[in-house]
Design a protein around this ligand. Structure first.
Ligand SMILES: C[S@@+](CC[C@H](N)C(=O)[O-])C[C@H]1O[C@@H](n2cnc3c(N)ncnc32)[C@H](O)[C@@H]1O
Length: 298
């Protein structure tokens, strides 16, 4: 399999509330979840999928011929620009990257095989990782590595990356990973020493957390009452943002205003912090950091 879908059974069980309903898979990837949705809905049901990566679009066009399926090359942050005639019954977000991104060194996400300093999910985006290294200062780079990678040695790593880059020593992703590995004094047990820095650079470059927030906010307007939004996150930054976006909104009035504070609930929590079962963890290592939350429009 090109990409093993995570929490497949659980996510689709929560998502489908009406077999003839309309659904959106906001992150098609290689269509693991889309295929399951199509198997679970009737011919009257409909699925629209999105992905920012042209390779995913090409794969869908070649492999998904169902008449009730369509795909658009778009970021979910632009959900409102897509022509969706009616409100939908469910939207699935399976954030992050596919295994195919890491397996193809030419995309620049892999620290195991040398690839260009790229890391763009959407190749229409102008700025690659190399452009970031050419323009950023050490302090800002350290902030990115700390904020999006929660990497404690961010300052040291940032300085070393920029010095080595200026000296012409970082020409590909393996050079970059080696510099990070040499710089770090703390050696993580289960992951490569460059994992957190690579994660941070990718999240920043693709503006992933902002896009997640915009996409989820827009999806709130598209979903019908009783419809569900299913979110699968892969690190705490994503999960925290998801949880916060669906938290009840508190409106407090100043003391002199004779009104009680209000709590506005637009969504009910259907499931929180669902993690893969041990049987899934055994066959798919990537699933170990997955966390799913499900919200239903009230
Ligand atoms: C974890 S994969 C999805 C895997 C998919 N559920 C499957 O089973 O094959 C995430 C996908 O989201 C895409 N993606 C990332 N950011 C996106 C965005 N802002 N809008 C749309 N797609 C995005 C990536 O290109 C990737 O294909």
């Amino acid at each position: 399999m090109l990409h093993t879908p995570v929490l497949l059974e659980e996510s689709i069980d929560f998502l489908i509330t009406n077999t003839s309903g309309k659904y959106i898979d906001a992150t098609f990837g290689r269509g693991g979840h889309s295929r399951k949705i199509l198997e679970s809905i009737s011919k009257d049901g409909n699925l629209l999928a999105l992905d920012k990566d042209l390779e995913a679009i090409k794969y869908a066009k070649e492999n998904f011929k169902n008449s009730n399926f369509s795909i658009k090359h778009s970021g979910f942050e632009d959900l409102d620009l897509i022509n969706i005639p009616k409100k939908v019954d469910g939207i699935l977000f399976d954030f992050g990257l596919c295994s195919t991104h890491y397996d193809n060194p030419s995309r620049g996400f892999s620290f195991k095989e040398a690839g260009p300093l790229d890391m763009r999910i959407d190749l229409r985006q102008p700025n690659k990782l190399v452009d970031l290294f050419e323009t950023i200062d050490a302090r800002s780079l350290a902030n990115i590595i700390f904020q999006y990678g929660e990497e404690k040695e961010s300052r040291k790593i940032s300085k070393e990356i920029l010095n080595s880059f200026k000296n012409g020593e970082i020409n590909n992703t393996v050079d970059l990973a080696e510099i990070i590995k040499k710089t770090k004094t703390q050696r993580p047990k289960r992951i490569h020493p460059a994992t957190k820095t690579f994660q941070a650079l990718r999240i920043f470059l693709n503006d992933e957390i902002n896009n997640l927030k915009i996409g989820l906010e827009k999806s709130k307007d598209l979903i019908k009452t009783g419809g569900r939004i299913v979110c699968i996150s892969f690190h705490s930054l994503e999960d925290r943002a998801v949880k916060k976006l669906f938290a009840p909104k508190k409106i407090s009035y100043p003391k002199e205003v004779p009104l009680n504070n209000e709590v506005i609930r637009e969504f009910r929590v259907v499931a929180k912090k669902i993690k893969p079962k041990s049987s899934e963890l055994e066959i798919n290592k990537r699933s170990r950091s997955a966390i799913m939350r499900v919200f239903e429009k009230i």
